[in-house]
Design a protein around this ligand. Structure first.
Ligand code: NAD
Length: 401
């Protein structure tokens, strides 16, 4: 079953039956063994899933998640989200995703390199012919993308690389940059308020959450709570985000940071803050949380952090929500710029990266608001209508339907 509710969308948009059939299932799913040797010489047989959900609009684009909890169902969901995200923002990519079902914390650096090299080995044809273009996701980062580049020797075969080997200045923080831009737009256009002084609570202090906090603070917002898996930290006067990022960059957990009050992840989600940003993982805002949520607006930085039932509760409570396929699209926007630059050999700077992200998110936000008020529907449904329209149009143009 697709994540998007095509029945609801078809009340506002004609979806031809052939298109529906194609959108209801992934184009291709692959499950492979990843065999490599651990430091003690023993053989590790890991598993990886690679999903191309729909590549009508371009090569399958989507990150590699590295976690023991990865499943094929989750990889399909994340690949599908990439279809809608790239379509909504007008990036000429299709939707894909990979999941490596191994706990990255159980591996040494050398073992992780071996696992990533093995991933390239089994996916080599698709990576080299440009059919699949990976990027970082939970559990992977720029050093893993550097390993992929080292194996393919093709700069455009992977995005999210370190800047010194063809990565894009600003790519590391791109998703958080886009989330912060979405927060600013939501503050101005949905709450009718300047960002200055608004309070923000962020669940998840990894790549996306920490950079969101950084940029939100830069625009004058007060980040009063953040969390990782170990704990949440709270200060109503605003947290020392730079210190927390430096702490986390040393590989340390928030629970070991001294001098701040702790807050549980559940309490963080219902905290009295103007803006709530789930930036950890799927299914964090449940119907129970949605009933108790105090924020005036929710900005989905993580992929699919709100369950369908919780989404209905928020809609009924008239709490606006900026959906993942819009709010966290900064990463794929920057990835597109990186891919494009790799193909052309040209250079760019961080200012240009930020400007591209801001411009595309502002433009998309405007279109989503227009469709939302035209049909009297939520921002999530408006985003889905626009995205599906794009993909169906592309399928017609290519003669798929
Ligand atoms: P990450 O691994 O860098 O960070 C995840 C953070 O969330 C960590 O602080 C972790 O401790 C915390 N966390 C995980 N599970 C949690 C839980 N159950 N409760 C509380 N905290 C929890 O990952 P990331 O790259 O920041 O990705 C976060 C989310 O954003 C994911 O949904 C990912 O798919 C999505 N996303 C990431 C990017 C990107 O560029 N990295 C782009 C788009 C979307």
């Amino acid at each position: 079953m697709p994540h998007l509710n095509l029945d609801t969308i078809s009340r506002y948009l004609e979806i031809p039956p052939e298109a529906r059939k194609l959108l209801e299932r992934p184009e291709r799913t692959t499950t492979v063994n990843l065999n490599f040797h651990a430091a003690d010489g023993s053989l590790v047989i890991g598993q990886a899933h690679v999903v191309y959900y729909n590549t009508c609009r371009g090569p399958a684009k989507g990150g590699i998640r590295f976690s023991s909890g990865v499943t094929l169902t989750e990889t399909c969901l994340l690949a599908e989200l990439m279809v809608w995200k790239t379509a909504l923002t007008g990036i000429p990519f299709g939707g894909g995703k990979s999941g490596i079902c191994i706990d990255p914390h159980s591996l040494s650096r050398q073992e992780k390199i071996s696992a990533v090299k093995e991933f390239v080995h089994v996916m080599r044809d698709d990576l080299q012919n440009g059919r699949y273009v990976p990027a970082p996701d939970m559990g992977t980062g720029e050093s893993d993308m550097a390993v992929i580049f080292g194996e393919t020797h093709l700069s455009e075969s992977v995005t999210g690389k370190p800047v010194r080997i063809g990565g894009l200045p600003g790519r590391r923080e791109a998703t958080g940059r886009g989330v912060a831009t979405s927060i600013r737009l939501a503050a101005e256009q949905l709450l009718g308020s300047k960002p200055d002084g608004l309070t923000v609570a962020i669940q998840g202090f990894g790549n996306v959450g920490s950079w969101t906090a950084h940029f939100a603070q830069q625009t004058g917002m007060r980040v009063i709570a953040v969390s990782d898996l170990s704990t949440g930290l709270y200060d109503p006067n605003g947290l020392p985000i730079a210190d927390l990022m430096a702490w986390q960059n040393q590989g340390k957990l928030l629970k070991d940071f001294v001098g701040l009050s702790a807050i549980s992840n559940a309490d963080l989600l219902t905290l009295d803050a103007d803006i709530l940003v789930p930036a950890a993982c799927e299914d964090q805002i449940t119907p129970e949380i949605a009933e108790k949520l105090s924020a005036k607006v929710v900005i989905e930085a993580a992929n699919a952090p709100t369950t369908d039932q919780a989404d209905a509760v928020l809609t009924a409570r008239k709490i606006p929500l900026v959906p993942d396929i819009l709010a966290n699209s900064g990463g794929v926007i920057a990835s597109y710029v990186e891919w494009h630059k790799a193909k052309s050999g040209s250079l760019t700077d961080v200012k240009e990266t930020y400007a591209t992200i801001d411009q595309l998110i502002c433009r998309t936000f405007e279109s989503v608001r227009r469709v939302s008020s035209q049909h009297g529907v939520s921002l999530r449904l408006a985003s889905s209508i626009l995205a599906v329209d794009e993909v169906v149009g592309a399928m017609e143009a290519r003669g798929w339907i």
